[in-house]
Write a protein that binds this ligand. Structure first.
Ligand SMILES: Cc1cc2nc3c(=O)[nH]c(=O)nc-3n(C[C@H](O)[C@H](O)[C@H](O)COP(=O)(O)OP(=O)(O)OC[C@H]3O[C@@H](n4cnc5c(N)ncnc54)[C@H](O)[C@@H]3O)c2cc1C
Length: 372
């Protein structure tokens, strides 16, 4: 079977883009190395308000809304923030992925689970399907295969260089009032935070930081111990890499383009990647459809990381500052300053702006996409 597009990776970015491409009339194959999308979840799944406002996520698979956030310094001095509106909801990610897969199936996307992208060929790709090696004919490839994208390397596109490692345990939730607690402590989470996100039904206890500066497993154990959660029953363990170097520049060429973590569309400050993963999909689908329809390179040129990098500048600077804070004393001082300027912390947690900002899809659609 010959396909117009192969989408490699059925995470949030791949699922969303595959459906949109199929709705545009393209023959789409969606490929993932997992046997089931419900397995091996690596994300906490905290969605921000703008995502559930702008995109149709299944309401019943989003946990109770969170308005209360507490930031703790290394000495565990708290700073409470309460939002005027619901700001965060923890997604039940297995169900959300299966829901989106079902949506893909309805539009005619062909799903190939347990299939690993291995190599790029001239007008085809090589995959390992179970124990077999197969060649699949495709006109274009979308790399949605995460932080360490093999597609990016196979097609000579940019790759993520700055990565955090995150690990968390999911335990039964206990909070009467849903809450998010963030711990700024370079001993536990060098370069990022430790967290508890508890919506009453499930609680996620995790740590993330620069790989070379900590041992994630022992940091998680110490963190759980320090908050009196050492013996809480673990339902699930999750973990993975988070690209925080900002949007990559060269993210598209004549044969492939990247979306989601593969192109670094993650906030360097908050490490949130779910919103940008969905938000970029519509633009990516327009670009792929336009390129396959018209063969005009201008469509591809518009899909450049430079278009978005301005939105990453201040966040990248803040990341550089956070990266340099290795001493708990310095972090204590930074937290003291933050307590004097609660507006800054409230802005980081509650502002509605997206790391991707608005994309002028109108121009692209008007210029290239055939209207039926
Ligand atoms: C511990 C942790 C907690 C996080 N918490 C949050 C959070 O609460 N909120 C938030 O906004 N962001 C969070 N993030 C970031 C967020 O999870 C990601 O930005 C987002 O999931 C990226 O989606 P994606 O579709 O680009 O990639 P992924 O979800 O990584 O999907 C990639 C898919 O590609 C498949 N794949 C990879 N290689 C191949 C291959 N060679 N062949 C076939 N398939 C392949 C994988 O199996 C996977 O299904 C967190 C990240 C981590 C690690």
């Amino acid at each position: 079977m010959q396909y117009d597009t192969a989408v490699i990776g059925a995470g949030l970015a791949g699922l969303h883009t595959a459906r949109l491409l199929s709705l545009r009339g393209l023959r789409v194959v969606l490929i993932d190395r997992k046997r089931s999308l419900a397995d091996g979840i690596h994300t906490t799944g905290i969605f921000v308000r703008k995502t559930w406002e702008d995109f149709p996520l299944p309401e019943e698979q989003l946990g109770r809304p969170i308005r209360d956030v507490t930031l703790y310094s290394p000495a565990r001095r708290p700073m409470h923030l309460t939002a005027a509106r619901d700001e965060f909801r923890i997604g039940r990610m297995s169900w959300i992925y299966l829901y989106l897969l079902e949506q893909c199936a309805r539009t005619g996307v062909h799903f190939m689970p347990n299939t690993r992208f291995v190599e790029a060929r001239e007008r085809s790709i090589l995959v390992h399907r179970g124990t077999r090696c197969e060649e699949i004919g495709v006109r274009y490839v979308v790399g949605a295969d995460g932080a360490r994208s093999r597609v990016a390397r196979a097609y000579g596109l940019d790759v993520n260089r700055e990565l955090l490692t995150g690990i968390e345990d999911v335990v039964p939730g206990r909070a009467a009032k849903p809450e998010l607690r963030c711990y700024l402590d370079p001993r536990l989470a060098p370069g990022y935070i430790a967290w508890i996100a508890d919506d009453g039904d499930e609680a996620h206890i995790g740590v993330a930081g620069y790989r070379e500066r900590f041992d994630p497993l022992s940091a998680l154990a110490r963190f759980r111990n320090s908050i009196g959660e050492a013996s809480a029953h673990r339902i699930e363990r999750r973990g993975g890499l988070i690209p925080v170097g900002g949007m990559l520049r060269r993210i598209a060429n004549e044969r492939a383009l990247l979306i989601g973590d593969a192109c670094g569309s993650v906030s360097p400050l908050t490490a949130g990647g779910l919103d940008p993963a969905i938000r970029l999909s519509s633009f990516a689908a327009d670009v792929v459809a336009a390129w396959l329809d018209t063969g005009d390179r201008d469509a591809l040129r518009q899909y450049s990381g430079d278009l978005f990098r301005a939105r990453f500048v201040s966040r990248s600077w803040m990341r550089r500052i956070i990266r340099t804070i290795e001493s708990p004393m310095l972090m204590e001082l930074a937290c003291a300053c933050l307590r004097m300027m609660p507006g800054i912390a409230a802005h980081v947690f509650f502002a509605r702006g997206s790391v991707l900002g608005p994309v002028d899809r109108g121009r692209l659609v008007r210029t290239f996409v055939r209207t039926s």
